[in-house]
Write a protein that binds this ligand. Structure first.
Ligand SMILES: NC(=O)c1ccc[n+]([C@@H]2O[C@H](COP(=O)([O-])OP(=O)(O)OC[C@H]3O[C@@H](n4cnc5c(N)ncnc54)[C@H](OP(=O)(O)O)[C@@H]3O)[C@@H](O)[C@H]2O)c1
Length: 214
């Protein structure tokens, strides 16, 4: 499969690493081409099965079925606007932790989530899926935590879209867990707020993960 990642920061590195390790090609769309080229060079070392990495400027064409928004929540709405004509038919993966830096509270209003707010503004037939918000970028680069496959919680209203994201997750050596409809993104975002708030106490260098054992 071919996947577009919008952004060239930490999560583009983490998710890109796992996608390429799973044999899926990645196109990075970035406003800083130099930074994105450097990341692409790094990521290409992880590519398996003929997967490729390329870089395009922000706003370039989006031919891929799966598009991952790897940018801060505050930038998401403007990027939906920028790509509006190209989004219908796509799976848009929303990964943010929408936390106010001043108050350390969630930004979306009570009874909503970043993913639901984005789902309200995407064009019709764009399938918004929440995933990867509980997985720190550094753990995705490693691909495991303490020898355990990382859990990736997936929420969305379109079953086929979630199955596609689950396949990408699984191919990258991670464990997908479908947690239900897009409104479950509220729970995922609230839980990750807690996980982030515990980083000092855990003292793991952002190498902890949220995993269900059974
Ligand atoms: N880091 C984690 O461990 C982690 C874990 C789970 C979820 N998340 C979520 O993942 C998302 C990305 O986080 P990150 O850690 O990858 O952040 P990051 O390292 O700061 O990278 C953010 C990327 O977004 C780009 N960007 C920012 N504003 C933009 C705009 N207005 N238009 C276009 N591009 C823009 C940046 O471009 P420049 O390079 O040009 O500044 C950069 O490439 C966030 O929503 C975060 O909540 C992060």
């Amino acid at each position: 499969m071919k996947v577009t990642i919008i952004g060239a920061g930490n999560m583009a590195r983490g998710i890109g690493t796992r996608l390429l390790a799973g044999g899926h090609s990645v196109t990075l769309h970035a406003r800083n081409m130099e930074k994105a080229q450097a990341l692409a060079g790094e990521l290409s070392q992880e590519a398996k099965g003929g997967a490729k990495v390329e870089v395009k400027p922000l706003g370039d064409s989006l031919p891929d079925e799966v598009v991952i928004l790897a940018v801060p929540y505050s930038a998401e709405a403007s990027l939906v606007e920028k790509y509006r004509d190209q989004l219908p038919g796509s799976i848009l993966v929303e990964i943010s932790n929408p936390i106010d830096g001043q108050t350390f509270e969630l930004i979306p209003p009570p009874g909503s989530s970043a993913s639901e707010e984005i789902a309200k503004i995407v064009p019709q037939d764009t399938k918004v899926v929440k995933a990867f918000n509980t997985t720190f970028a550094s753990t995705l680069v490693q691909g495991q935590v303490k020898g355990q496959p990382i859990d990736v919680f997936i929420a969305g209203d379109d079953e086929a879209a979630k199955a596609t994201v689950a396949k990408l997750v699984e191919d990258g050596g991670l464990r997908p867990l479908d947690v239900g409809p897009i409104r479950r993104a509220r729970n995922l975002e609230a839980f990750q707020l807690l996980h982030i708030s515990l980083q000092k106490q855990l003292d793991s260098g952002w190498m902890s993960t949220v995993k269900l054992l059974s």
